[in-house]
Design a protein around this ligand. Structure first.
Ligand code: APR
Length: 227
């Protein structure tokens, strides 16, 4: 299983959140990514996500995404991503679970089960679900539950190999998933910075960007597992 974060898509030109120049330096997270923000100023929230969606439509999967898709030749790969982009799917990974939602989808603000694909980049005030309620971005905001965690924890608890790529591991519950990996699973972390995994166990560190890091990881896994 591969847990990915914003760093996974950095080489596709999408900005991370917590680094210098990251999105949370330019925007106040409480003004664009919380249920209270949506109550207070939905136009601002829509603008923020419309801008992200526009950029996503102009972006392509990078070498790291393609490398993880290539791993499916040798392993049963399950991606669990904190990213709301669709670059893993576009790179060709067949099993992708989104923990924090999907930027190219909208959902009803009255009924969370009504989820729709967004045509193009723009979601507007006045766009509504079939029951007439305003559509909101299909993303998990701070302070909201993470419904996919139950499935993610189950997958993590059955992993033989657990890899983290491009996440500062600051945001829970996602960051805690590594703690669910079985004792005999091998743990790997790819990040150009010195990220600490919240486990008291050996973690193989590949201190590289995603593109180069996934290439090195693939070589080492093929060696280790004799493929
Ligand atoms: N390749 C790999 N990792 C990279 C690269 C790169 N090219 N560039 C930067 N990174 C690393 C950074 O060093 C950092 O450790 O990516 C990580 C990004 O961390 P964050 O910005 O905190 O992103 P993430 O961990 O995904 O954030 C989690 O926070 O705001 C929320 O919902 C949002 O899903 C997001 C969650």
């Amino acid at each position: 299983m591969v847990l990915t974060g914003a760093g996974m898509s950095a080489e596709s030109g999408l900005r991370t959140f917590r680094e210098m120049g990251g999105l949370w330096e330019e925007y106040d997270v409480t003004e664009v990514a919380t249920p209270e923000a949506w109550e207070r100023d939905p136009e601002l929230v829509q603008r923020f996500y419309n801008e992200r969606r526009k950029q996503l439509l102009e972006s392509e999967p990078n070498k790291g995404h393609r490398g993880l898709a290539g791993l499916e030749k040798y392993f049963d790969v399950q991606i669990i991503t904190q990213n709301v982009d669709d670059l893993h799917e576009r790179a060709g990974n067949s099993k992708v679970l989104h923990l924090h939602g999907e930027l190219r989808k909208a959902r009803s603000s009255a009924d969370p089960n009504l989820v729709y694909e967004i045509e193009g980049w723009e979601l507007k005030m006045g766009d509504s679900c079939e029951k007439g309620s305003q559509l909101r971005p299909h993303v998990v905001w701070f302070g909201e539950p993470v419904p996919a965690m139950v499935e993610a924890a189950q997958i993590a608890s059955e992993a033989d190999i657990f890899v983290v790529v491009g996440s500062s591991l600051n945001v829970y519950p996602a960051a805690g998933l590594i703690g669910y990996a079985p004792q005999n699973a091998s743990l790997w972390l790819i990040d150009p910075e010195n990220v600490m995994a919240p486990v008291n166990r050996h973690v193989e560190i590949i201190q590289e960007k995603a593109g180069k890091g996934v290439e090195l990881l693939t070589r080492r896994l093929l060696d280790k597992y004799g493929k």
